[in-house]
Design a protein around this ligand. Structure first.
Ligand code: ATP
Ligand code: MG
Length: 368
């Protein structure tokens, strides 16, 4: 061997040794990284499983084994379909095939709730986040699986309790409405035994006020929420009730309703209902001596305010109304109701009588 060849060989050996050293370093780094990954995976409180793009299990942590009740040998290399109920298997495999063709998978990047199948044949609910990653042109899927059996149980208990409370609330509205109807009937009986005109009037008005509140509770137990009612629906029923109780000749006094389709809580609706009751009763009784005219009720909602207008195109309030006010309850009641609504009242008598009330929906006040 020539000196030249010997030198070349030596150089190559040195180079090879260097490469081997590098390779060893990489191996150690890789092992360390693998250990680190395993420690993280094993210390996780969720189940972790990795499959290839055919759905064969390559890696899983301890929690996953516990969740599904399998040993390491039973899971390694097997199809992930063994962990899912029959009905999900086909869909799962289809998704994998689809991903190979289109790169799309409906569950990727999402957290979904699904059902797992344990070795003993029982099932359980879990939440799963799925991700896909590539290494050396091969696709892998990793799923993080969280048992949500307890959460589901708690949810169903809360739902059950909510249904119970809703039924109770419905029952209460029903009973309140019934009790009000009983009071109304009692007043009715009394009216028949009273002959004095003034007393009949007072009893009639009281009955109307009770009926206005009873309709709120009737609408509440018929609604799905039990705390809010549809104001349009309520007003329509209320006006029909007032008209029928006033025994009007049909068609002589017209009513026009322009009510926005809004939901209102019970407190606000009762106050508005009582105001409408007072004002419409007054319009029917006093505004049209010849029984002809129109009563209009409008409710509009603005950005943070509601506007309720009750107007008739009748003869207008008497000039001495301010003197009369202390003698009668009706208008005093209006002021008090508007006050309770924290609202503002405007009276316009340019064409009949128009009451404009602006207010905000009352906040629910917590009771002790
Ligand atoms: N829309 C109206 N058009 C004309 N006059 C009215 C109208 N509303 C009220 N009035 C007059 O104002 C008076 C006072 O009304 P108010 O509602 O306070 O008392 P009331 O209806 O007589 O009795 P109640 O206390 O039972 O309501 C009425 O008696 C009536 O003369
Ligand atoms: Mg009145």
């Amino acid at each position: 061997m020539s000196n030249e060849t010997e030198d070349q060989l030596r150089d190559e050996i040195i180079e090879m040794k260097k490469e081997m050293k590098k390779c060893n370093k990489t191996k150690i780094a890789l092992k360390k990284s693998e250990e680190r990954f395993k420690t993280v995976a094993e210390s996780a409180t969720d189940g972790i499983v990795t499959t290839d793009d055919n759905g064969n299990i390559l890696f899983f942590n301890k929690i996953l084994k516990t969740l599904f009740g399998y040993s390491t040998e039973e899971l390694s290399g097997k199809s992930l379909t063994m962990l899912m109920p029959d009905k999900f298997r086909k869909g799962y495999l289809n998704e994998l095939e689809n991903y190979k063709i289109s790169g799309k998978h409906t569950l990727l990047g999402k957290t979904v709730q699904t059902i797992g199948l344990r070795k003993d044949g029982t099932t359980f609910s879990f939440e799963m986040s799925l991700s896909a990653w590539k290494s050396n042109k091969t696709t892998y899927f990793s799923a993080i699986i969280r048992d949500i059996t307890k959460r589901k149980q708690a949810e169903s208990e809360i739902k059950k309790s909510l249904i119970e409370k809703e039924n109770l609330l419905k029952e209460i509205h029903y009973r309140v409405k019934n009790n009000m109807q009983i009071i109304s009937s009692l007043i009715n009986i009394q009216i028949k035994h009273v002959h004095e005109k003034e007393s009949v009037h007072v009893l009639n008005e009281t009955q109307g006020r009770i009926d206005a509140m009873a309709i709120v509770h009737k609408n509440l137990y018929e609604s799905s929420e039990f705390t809010n009612l549809n104001f349009k629906d309520y007003t329509e029923k209320l006006v029909a009730e007032i008209l029928s109780s006033q025994q009007l000749n049909s068609g002589t006094i017209k009513t026009e309703l322009d009510i926005e389709d809004i939901e209102m809580n019970m407190e606000t609706a009762i106050l508005c209902g009582l105001i409408i009751n007072e004002l419409i009763t007054n319009s029917i009784k006093y505004a049209f001596p010849d029984q002809k005219g129109t009563i209009k009720i409008t409710l509009k909602s603005y950005s943070n305010e509601l506007e309720l207008i009750i107007a008739d195109n009748g003869i207008g309030l008497p000039k001495n109304i301010y003197l009369k006010i202390n003698e009668t309850i009706g208008l005093q009641l209006i002021y008090s109701l508007v006050n309770q609504l924290n609202g503002k009242l405007k009276l316009d008598m340019s064409n009949g009588t128009e009451f404009k009330i602006t207010f905000k929906e009352l906040e629910y006040e917590e009771r002790l």
